[in-house]
Design a protein around this ligand. Structure first.
Ligand SMILES: Nc1ncnc2c1ncn2[C@@H]1O[C@H](COP(=O)(O)OP(=O)(O)OP(=O)(O)O)[C@@H](O)[C@H]1O
Length: 204
């Protein structure tokens, strides 16, 4: 599996973000995307996820030498970001059931064990509207990391996590980042220093 950025540029009418980004991301590796506030990290994640279009260039997902078509990439993507919200009316259990309808859990992963490790087991039947921001972030990370996806896009993964939450996050990534490409968009070395094979500064 490869994720390839070819000549990727993005500008808004009043704002030029990045220009001519070229990179090939390989399976079994974790990468950090860094850059000042407003440099375009979240924008790049959205372009890679196919949510918005680049001004120039192309994003290619390649599996065994074959290009994966745009309509199918959601099957191999796991994404978490501050602007992606859980469903407030659903309980944690309903989120797991819903997610399980289109993604399977990682091999050797017991999802209830993951919920316990995240200290969320007592909230299984609570609606998300009653979760703190840190609890929501822990669930978002589990939904992203503990289910099968060849490419993980993590935008500010430790937002709202306390120091224990950050240690839990590091353990989660260590246990789940094999056999996939993980991209971490962040300016916080705590979020990527332990894992990143390469740090890509979006500002060049
Ligand atoms: N739809 C849009 N129209 C115009 N400008 C936009 C739009 N979306 C984002 N921007 C601008 O693009 C720039 C990059 O935003 P982005 O959120 O990608 O940056 P970032 O590097 O992730 O920032 P941060 O570190 O603060 O999270 C910002 O100046 C933002 O205001």
């Amino acid at each position: 599996m490869q994720l390839i950025l070819e000549g990727l540029s993005k500008k808004y009418p009043k704002n030029k973000l990045f220009e001519n980004l070229n990179h090939t991301f390989e399976i079994n590796n974790t990468y950090a995307i860094t850059g000042e506030n407003g440099s375009g990290k979240s924008t790049l994640i959205k372009i890679i996820a196919g949510v918005i279009a680049p001004s120039k260039g192309i994003v290619k997902y390649v599996e065994k030498g074959k290009l994966i078509d745009k309509e199918s990439i959601y099957q191999i993507l796991g994404i978490t970001a501050p602007y992606l919200n859980l469903i407030e009316e659903f309980t944690l259990k309903e989120h797991l059931d819903f997610h399980s309808k289109f993604k399977t859990t990682l091999m050797n992963t017991d999802i209830m064990e993951e919920i316990k490790k995240a200290n969320l087991i007592q909230s299984l039947n609570k609606p998300i509207a009653e979760f703190s921001s840190g609890m929501q972030q822990r669930l978002k990370l589990i939904l992203c990391c503990s289910f099968n996806a060849k490419v993980l896009l993590l935008d500010e993964p430790t937002s709202h996590l306390d120091s224990m939450g950050i240690e839990w996050y590091k353990d989660l990534i260590n246990r789940t980042s094999n056999e996939r490409i993980t991209l971490i968009a962040s300016n916080n070395p705590d979020e990527y220093n332990d894992f990143a094979k390469k740090i890509i500064n979006i500002e060049g």
